[in-house]
Every structure is written in C-alpha cells, then in structure tokens.
Ligand binder design. Structure first.
Ligand SMILES: C[S@@+](CC[C@H](N)C(=O)[O-])C[C@H]1O[C@@H](n2cnc3c(N)ncnc32)[C@H](O)[C@@H]1O
Length: 925
C-alpha cells in the first residue's frame, strides 16, 4: 500500500495557497511543514497557553499546514489577511437576531461521519451563517469540536437545490428575502487535538477515490495478517467461520458456595435476549443477583507497565460469527480458547500507546478506572483488539501520501472506542458497535469485543460516499489547536461567531479525548479547559473566568456591530448565569435568548433566569464603534444611556411571528422596558461606571423618547413595521412567563393586569398556581397583597374610571360600551379592580418601592449571623446597586459572603456586581 498512494499529492498539479502558487499539493505541504517545523523549535511558541503535549514529530504528523496544525496555527493571521475584509465602518450592516433549532440534521450522513461527544448538526448552523453573513465572509468557532461550523460554512455554497428551495420558502413565509448562497470562510479552533483532527479531516479536502481504495486495501491487508485471530470452527466441525464479535463476561463468586459464576452465561436469557435480574447459581442453586456476587480478579504481570496488575476476571461467553452471509452464535470451544491464549502471549504492538493515564476526573472521581484494572492506555484493550488496532494504525501510518494517511487515521480512529473494553454487550441491540456509555469511561460487566471488519468494515465506503457529495475546498477552512482565549488573528476581522462551548460540568472533553489522543501521541493541555471539574479544582467561578477570557477574545476579533450565536445546553441556573455574566463583562450585549419548544415546534423566548431544561440559543452582538466612541468621549451621562437604548433597539427584531397556523405575533421580551433597563445597566457596569439613570426615571422617560405599544418599546420606523404586521396578524401571543422570583411575579401580574384589570379575588386563583415549583430555594417572594400594593393601582370607586379599566370593560361587556367614565354602572363594575399605572404614576410608585427596598436592605447590612438563609432578591439587587453607586464595595462583598452560594450564583445581577466589587477591591480602587 505504501507505493500506491505516494503520488496523489505529488500529481495534483499547481495549487494556490495563501497567495502563493505551488507546483503541487505536495510542494505546498512541504513548504508550510518546513515553516511549522521551524516554528516548533521556538520555545516562546511552545510556551503559548493551551499548547498540546507532544513531540515536534508527532505534531507535524497530525498537521497539514497551513490548513491544519495540531498546535496553535501560526498561519491564521495570514489566512485572515488573505481572505478577510478589513473592518470598514462605512459599510452598512444590519441584522436582527436569528434563532436556530439545534435538533435538526441529526440523521444527516455528514453529521454521522464521525462521532464526537456532543455535536451541533451543520444543518442547524447553516441558516444562521446565511442570515448573518455574505459569501466569502469569515466565520469563527473557537470551541469547534468536530468542526460542524466549518461544514456549515462550506455547505452554504454546496447546498442542493431542494434544500435551497425549502429554506427560501420558509424565509419568505417569515417575510425574509432569500439569502446570498455561496461558501463562507471559516476559522475552527479547539483545545483538543482529537477534536481538531476530526474537524480538519472533515473540512480540508482529500482525494476521496484514493482514500476509498486505500481503506479497502488496509482492511484486506490486516485480514491477511491477523485474520487467523478471528477464525472459529462452524458447528459442522470443518467449515471456518469469521468472528464478528465475542462477548466477554466478568466472573463473580457465588456468596453461598464461592463457586465461579460466568455472569453472561447464567444471566442471559437465550430466547428473550434479556439479562435476567435473578438467576440460580450453577453450582449450588442459590438465587443470585449481580449485586449479591463478588467480582473476581486475575493478577498478571504487565511487561509494558513493568508490574503486576489486577484485572477483573473475564471469560469469553459467546461468539457471534458468520459463514458466508449467514450469522451464527456459539459458546467458545477449546480451539477458540487456545487461539486466545496464543494471542495473549504475543508482544503488544508498538503502535498501541502504553502510557499511564494521568489522574483525572474521569478516572478518579466519576469512574474509578483502577478498580477495573485500567491504569494505562493499553489496559483499555483486550489482547486481540490491541493487536487489531495496532495493525490498522500501523498500516494507516505507512501510507506515504500524507493527506490520504491522515484520512486513513481518521477512519481507523473510529474503531478505538468501540474496540475497547468500554463497548457494552447489548443482547437486544441490532449491531454491537459503538455501545460504550457516552460521555464517560465506564467498564461494563459484559463487554462485546468486535472484530475490525465488524467495527468499521462498511465505514470506508460510507465515508467515501459522504465526502464525494460534500467536497470541502482548499482554503475555505483553517483549523487550529489551542485555547479560545488566544486566537492569533487580527482585531475586528471576523464577520460572525458561532460557538458551542462546554457547559459547566457536563462533559470532560480533555479526559475523554485522552484515549484517542494517546494514539496520535499528542494530547490536550487541559489547564485552560473551560469546565467545572472538582478534580482539577475548577469550580464555577474559575469556569466563569475561563469563559470570560474566551468571550473577551471573541469580542476583540469580531467586527463592531456583528453578531455571535452561543448555544447553551445545561440545566443549571448557576451555569447559565455564569455564562451571561461572562458574556456581558466581555462587552457583548444579549439581544435574544430562545429555547426550542420541541412539542410545539416553536421558539420560546427565555425570560426567567432560573433552571432551564432545554438547549438555549443566545444571540449577542458587539456594539458598533460609534456607540463606544461616544461613550469614551462623554462618559456615563444620561445621554449615553439613551444613546445605548437607541443603538440596542436597532439590533432587536421589530416583528416576530409564530411559525404555526394561524400565525400569531410574538411579544418580544427584549423590548420590555425593564429588560431594556437591565441591558443598559449591564453595559455601564461592564464599563466600570455607575448607571447614570435610576430605574424610575428611566421607565418614566422611555415612552417619551421612544414608542411604546403592547408593552414593547420601538424606534419610530420599527413601530411602523410592527403596526403593519399587527394589522395583518391581530393575534398577539404573550411570552410565557414563569414566576420564579419577585421580579418575575411582578412581570406576570403586569401582563395579567394589562390584559384584564381585575379584583384581588379574580387575580388570586390565577396567580397562585404560577408560583411554587419554579421558586428558588431561599427566595422570599412577598405576598400577593403586598405585590399589588407596591406595584399597581387600585380603583376605589371615586372619580372617573381609569382609562385602562374603562377600555377593558367596554371591550368585554356590551352593556358597558359607550358610557361616560363617571357612569355609575361602569364605576360599580370597575371598583376594586387593580390596574397597571400609566408612566407618571408608575414613576412615583417605583420611587416609593425603591425606598422600601433600601430600608429592608439595611436589615441585611446589620445582620450578624453567619448565613442569610432566606432573602428577598429584589432587596438584594436594589441594595447592591445602591452600594455600587456609592462605591461601597465592602458592603456588597460582606453581604455576598453571607448568602448561600446558589443565591449569588443563580442571579446574574448580584453575581456581576459581586465580581466587580471584588475586582475593584483587589485593584485597590
Ligand atoms: C460542546 S463541544 C463543541 C462541539 C462542537 N460544536 C461540534 O459540533 O463538534 C466544546 C468543545 O470545547 C473545547 N474546549 C474546552 N475548553 C476550551 C478552550 N479553553 N478553548 C478552546 N476549546 C475548548 C472542548 O475540547 C470541546 O471540544
């Protein structure tokens, strides 16, 4: 196989790369590999944070420069210089936030071309890239994983006609013009070499025909060499069958008679193919369960590790084999056992990594791998699987055409997890491949050891087919391995960021990638990994800081006025808040947060900051240069607050409609006056200044400066657009509001009373079911009466009926129509109803309320106990804000230290002010 493929890159003909022309791909690669090799010798380059661990040779062998380097890519700047367009403030750019459905496209063959621990399908990303960018624009994903963002960017130029038609029809329905089709350029970065190797192989072109032939040849040659290991005698005693898989069972001791019990043999019901919960001991008949028995161990000398190791005692229990196309099962016979014994005596292949697994969360906290006899990488594989993988890896590596060699490794590496002892036997499953428990190193009691042909025999053809229809093009993607907080590209050079970072403690990427990376001999530097990991002493604050540094880098490289989409998938409110604080501190302004309602098939805007059980999509933008410049000139004045609002409103959608039929107009939660206040306040706080305008003043002046309709604030031209839509679609769907704290309780009541001014006895039965399950622990929400009293007005029957009640009653009661506001019948019906005050009255109420809240905050200040177990969030927020305004950082810190962790971590506003107060104090301000 060596000679056959040594020529593909040499014969490619002239190629252009980063502005230079080379006689062939081979020459291009040689040129840039030389540059990379020189760079690797530079100690300063190797000291870059997040630099993977591996020798120069190993890094070079994985890389295909300039398109891919298994270390920070030194050619990124050149890529941007060559393909990017410098930021030009005079170029008009305006987009509304666009949400995505992260669940589409999971059955697409491209999505399934290579498994990664978590993935966002490229088809979910394509509409966003089309929406935010133009062909040729540069997209960045700093946590790119397997590189689906890259596939999406290139797919914008390769989408088939049917897809284009479908998308354009859908967009037309939403009132959007057709997108500009055409590939975008993409920069993909990830900390993990295992991830970037997948990303590169899916985004940098390879010779598909050469690969298809080579992958077949590889398996054939491996079969010729080690096929004897997978032969078994058929029941006729003479025909040779080919083993597809062997089921290994752990051996236990019966607690009654101490006899050895082969778990699979005894517990597997041959007919139903189920593992029985209880079964009799084959020696004494005692009733057994897995839990009742004791695991037995073998002690063996491990020459590679240089010591005796204890491994769970395993015996083969079942062989599945084929003769021709027919499949059979058998219990291993003496011949099978002697073949296995022979294999056990062979030396381990050189390609098989024999390194010790460093202590990590995945082996020490979540799964005690040493209890399963795994302390070194080679312990993941039984002897035959070790020989098979070693042989395949060696063959792939022997291919002298570098690009085909990498494609072959990409193919062989797909057998690593499934060939390890992590692969479970699932008797009821159809195929026994890739049956490891995802996201964890878990060694099952019954392991299915698969043959190479069974594991990836059909994969080569499948990959060839996939990459014949999707052909990445050279120069469209560039892949780098390093930390997202240090992407070596020019400031203000990126047109759009799509990113799906790790969320808290979900998946330990570096730990999990260690298994595959050890084969490549290049492993992740896990220090900058953005993750919550008790073992590495990374808690939520460390995670937040790591994420913030990455967002700061995104902010630096993104062009002003441009967008970033962040996909969030974690159900913990604290992690959600950490992300929001990190985003805002980095300078981004959040314009929309949505969750897909899988049952309704529609998007829900997320208003509450408590636990979120769905994948969220955050659309955030980098404010344009004008706003920042004006702020730098004028500082934190009321004018700059209104300047912010003006700029922010421009970024929000004017109209949102549901996708179902009949269509409904959606209430845009980001246009809510209070939400706008929060965004404005965060922006000032992130600039380290005071918020120049109080909530009551802001809320009173907002409708004077802008236009307010249906509880939403618009710019004049946006209102025209909204009203046009309103005339066409009169139905307005209210955003779903969950009552989780005092603020959301007030919002819920506001919504309710806007639609229906009501008496207390009408409100009560509707309000009560809203609180309860969503309420946070330790949170005091005032009683309904107090909420009404503090935030709303009640008509006591004297004077004219307020217009809010009047218009409600006359719309809903025929007999009350066209009556004067002082009409006794109307007055009688209106009496005792609560209603939402108009802006001037609201101002007075708000001021009164703030005073009360601050008074209550004084009580917290004088609290002398250790922990404030129950607290009223609104009091804390108002108090923290006031303390921040008077630079009283000590108060913020001392109260924060007395609050339970969740109270602080689950509230974005408290957390931000606490973080900043800490920074200010540390800075000695
Ligand atoms: C949720 S995954 C991304 C998956 C990706 N969307 C895909 O479709 O394959 C998050 C990735 O972030 C990477 N990561 C963690 N910390 C990082 C850091 N500081 N810089 C860059 N990447 C990091 C992990 O290695 C992991 O691959």
């Amino acid at each position: 196989m060596t000679n056959l493929f040594s020529t593909t890159q040499k014969n490619s003909g002239p190629v252009e790369c980063l502005g230079q022309t080379f006689p062939s791909e081979y020459a291009r690669r040689e040129h840039f590999t030389k540059l990379l090799a020189e760079k690797l010798k530079d100690p300063a380059f190797r000291r870059i944070e997040g630099f993977p661990q591996g020798t120069d040779e190993a890094i070079l062998a994985m890389s295909d420069p300039p398109y891919y380097t298994a270390c920070p890519n030194p050619f990124l700047e050149e890529f941007v210089r060559h393909y990017g367009k410098p930021y030009d403030p005079s170029v008009r750019y305006s987009r509304e936030p666009q949400t995505i459905d992260v669940s589409v496209g999971k059955t697409d063959p491209l999505y399934q071309a290579h498994a990664y621990h978590t993935k966002v399908p490229h088809l979910a990303i394509v509409p966003s890239i089309l929406h935010y960018t133009e062909p040729g624009d540069v997209v960045l994903d700093g946590f790119a994983g397997s590189g689906m963002t890259g596939i999406a960017a290139q797919w914008c130029g390769a989408a088939p006609a049917a897809y284009r038609h479908e998308l354009e029809t859908e967009w037309r329905k939403q009132g959007k013009a057709a997108p500009a089709w055409g590939a975008r350029r993409v920069i993909l970065n990830d900390l993990s070499p295992a991830a970037t190797f997948i990303a590169a192989n899916q985004n940098v072109p390879f010779d598909v025909a050469a690969f298809a032939e080579a992958s077949k040849k590889l398996l054939k040659e491996v079969a010729a060499e080690i096929g004897w290991m997978y032969e078994t005698l058929h029941s006729d005693g003479k025909t040779k069958g080919r083993i597809e898989y062997t089921v290994w069972s752990q051996i236990y001791a019966c607690p009654e008679c101490v006899g050895e019990v082969n778990f699979v043999e005894q517990a597997l019901d041959d007919e139903t193919k189920r593992i029985k919960d209880t079964f009799p001991c084959p020696h004494c008949g005692a009733e057994l369960t897995k839990k009742r028995m004791e695991r037995l161990f073998d002690s063996n000398l491990d020459p590679a590790a240089g010591r005796t190791i204890q491994t769970p005692k395993r015996r083969p229990a079942l062989i599945s084999y084929s003769v021709g196309k027919t499949k059979y099962e058998k219990v291993p016979d003496a011949n099978d056992l002697s073949v296995l014994a022979k294999i056990e005596n062979l030396a381990l292949p050189a390609e098989l990594p024999k390194i010790e697994i460093p202590p990590m969360h995945m082996t020490h906290e979540r799964a005690r791998m040493d209890y399963s006899g795994i302390t070194h990488i080679h312990h993941f594989f039984l002897p035959r699987a070790a020989q098979a993988l070693g042989a395949m890896w060696k063959k792939a590596n022997a291919c002298t055409d570098d690009r085909t060699r990498q494609a072959l490794l990409f193919f062989v590496e797909q057998a690593i997890w499934t060939s390890s002892v992590l692969n479970r036997f699932q008797p009821q499953g159809f195929k026994q491949v890739n049956k490891y428990l995802p996201g964890v190193y878990y060694v099952p009691a019954h392991h299915c050891e698969v043959s190479p042909w069974y594991a990836i025999g059909a994969r080569g053809d499948r990959l060839a087919k996939i990459f014949s229809s999707f052909r990445p093009s050279a120069g469209s993607a560039i892949v780098s391995t390093g930390t997202a907080n240090r992407i070596n590209i020019q400031s203000e050079s990126i047109d759009y960021v799509f990113t799906d970072p790790p969320f808290g403690e979900n998946i330990y990427y570096a730990d999990l990638n260690f298994l595959v990376e050890s084969w490549h001999r290049v492993t992740t530097d896990a220090k900058p990994e953005a993750i919550v990991d008790r073992f590495k002493k990374k808690k939520l604050p460390e995670y937040q800081q790591l994420m913030q540094r990455c967002f700061v880098e995104y902010y630096r490289v993104l062009k002003p006025g441009r967008w970033m989409t962040v996909v969030f998938s974690n159900s913990k409110a604290a992690v959600w808040n950490a992300i929001q604080v990190a985003l805002q501190q980095a300078g981004f302004v959040v314009a929309e947060v949505t969750a897909l309602d899988k049952i309704q098939g529609s998007y829900r805007q997320v208003t509450s900051t408590t636990a979120v059980n769905q994948d969220l999509v955050i659309s955030a933008y980098k404010p344009n240069g004008g706003l920042e410049d004006r702020f730098n000139q004028h500082g934190p004045t009321a004018d700059s607050a209104w300047d912010f609002v003006q700029t922010h409103l421009k970024q929000l959608p004017a109209v949102k409609v549901t996708s179902g039929f009949p269509q409904e107009l959606l209430n845009i939660v980001e246009r809510d006056p209070r939400r706008i206040y929060d965004r404005m306040a965060s922006w000032f706080i992130r600039h380290g200044t005071m918020v120049p305008i109080s909530t009551p003043e802001f809320l009173a002046e907002l409708p004077v400066r802008f236009r307010e309709t249906d509880g939403m604030v618009f710019l004049p031209e946006q209102l025209v657009e909204y009203e046009k839509a309103r005339a066409r679609i009169p139905q307005v769907a209210q955003a779903e509001l969950f009552v989780s704290d005092e603020r959301s309780a007030i919002d819920w009541l506001t919504n309710f009373l806007l639609k229906r001014p009501s008496t207390r006895s009408e409100i009560h039965p509707e309000y009560i079911p809203q609180i309860g399950s969503a309420k946070r622990k330790g949170e005091i929400i005032p009683e309904l009466d107090q909420l009404l009293e503090d935030n709303f007005l009640q008509y006591d029957g004297t004077g004219d009926v307020p217009s809010q009640i009047h218009s409600y009653l006359s719309t809903n009661h025929k007999d009350l129509r066209n009556l004067d506001k002082s009409n006794p019948a109307l007055v009688a019906k209106a009496k005792d109803r609560w209603y939402v005050p108009d802006p001037n009255k609201a101002h007075d109420l708000e001021k009164k309320r703030e005073k009360t809240l601050l008074k209550e905050f004084e009580i917290y200040k004088t609290f002398t106990g250790r922990k404030i177990k129950e607290s009223r969030l609104e009091v804390l927020r108002t108090g923290f804000r006031a303390a921040w305004a008077s630079k009283d950082y000590a108060t913020i810190i001392s109260i924060a230290n007395k609050l339970p962790d969740e109270t602080l971590q689950e509230d974005e506003k408290l957390l931000t002010l606490y973080d900043l107060a800490l920074t200010r104090t540390e800075d000695g301000a």
